[in-house]
Design a protein around this ligand. Structure first.
Ligand code: NCD
Length: 305
């Protein structure tokens, strides 16, 4: 039976750790700029109904590094979506042209719908404000590589926690791995109640909540910053929140010497540029990890490892 990755809960902790072992091997291939031939007869379709740089390009880079081929669209303009085609019909068609599909779509639940209509594995590259499980894999992988553990850590997740889909899948999986969490968001952009309920009821996890990074920065092992999700807010709302929080080198003075800084990117102004030269700022290394992680995932879903 085909396996999809739509929700981070589709993978057990053991499956995630297995992917990380494979990603370690893939990482060595990427560093040596090697092209493997594990997926040489396979095609990845990337169907991106929403803007993307890292997710789409790292999926494509991953498939090329595995020796496979890629087709797809990076916006709906040139596709039959602009003629009114439904997601179900597009998926049924593209499943005939490819062996695995990575999809990003503005609607919550769209990746699950796609998986129901697809005869090939579907990977959720972000469904509206819901989840972004492959980003979570590379976030967890980065934290684990840098800190050696997840269960002993306290992680601050900050920014737009209402619409930031990366924070939803990250919070669920950090809780499942036993990490402690603090959430800092401007009033109105708090973590949705359904996520908090999952954390409480399924994982007995009770994050501390606040409105300011400064309230927690001194006590955490990692800071995960996210941007205000402009495309999911009205313009007036966006202007209200735009400058509500900034992690600057001044703020970083309150962090522990070994506290790492992560961001799924793109960054707008929520981490000032002067933080980039701080050795604790790992967001570009984190983005690099997207390729080996996605190689490991594609090869696994295609049964090649
Ligand atoms: C994130 C996303 O699309 O949710 N970007 C990414 O995939 N690295 C974060 C964001 O856009 O804010």
């Amino acid at each position: 039976m085909k396996k999809d990755l739509v929700n981070i809960k589709d993978l057990s902790n053991d499956e995630i750790l297995k992917l990380f072992d494979i990603a370690d091997e893939m990482s060595r291939a990427v560093e040596k700029k090697e092209r493997l031939d594990l997926c040489k007869n396979n095609i990845l379709a990337t169907l991106f109904y929403e803007a993307s740089t890292r997710t789409r390009l790292s999926f494509e880079s991953a498939m090329f590094r595995l020796g496979g081929s890629v087709l797809g669209f990076s916006s709906t303009e040139g596709s039959s979506v602009s003629k009114g085609e439904t997601l179900a019909d597009t998926i049924r068609t593209v499943a005939n042209y490819s062996d695995v599909i990575a999809i990003r779509h503005p609607n919550e639940g769209s990746a699950r719908v796609a998986s129901q209509y697809s005869s090939v594995p579907v990977i959720n590259g972000g469904d509206g404000g819901h989840q972004h499980p492959t980003q979570t894999l590379l976030d967890l992988y980065t934290i684990l590589k840098e800190k050696g553990s997840l269960s002993s850590l306290t992680i601050l997740i900050s920014g737009d926690l209402k619409f930031g889909r990366t924070t939803h899948s990250l919070a669920i999986s950090l809780a499942r791995f036993g990490a402690k969490m603090c959430f800092a968001s401007p009033p109105g952009l708090e973590m949705p109640e359904y996520i908090l309920r999952t954390l409480r009821e399924e994982f007995n996890n009770f994050p501390q909540e606040g409105t300011n990074i400064r309230d927690f920065i001194h006590q955490v092992d990692a800071i995960y910053v996210t941007r205000v999700q402009r495309e999911r807010l009205g313009e007036m709302e966006y202007l209200k929140y735009r400058d509500a929080y900034v992690l600057s080198s001044e703020v970083m003075k309150s962090a522990k010497h070994e506290t790492i800084v992560l961001h799924p990117l793109p960054r707008v102004n929520e981490i000032s540029r002067d933080v980039d030269k701080d050795p604790r700022a790992l967001y570009f290394k984190q983005a690099f990890n997207g390729v080996p992680i996605r190689m490991a995932l594609i090869a696994t879903l295609l049964g090649k490892v």
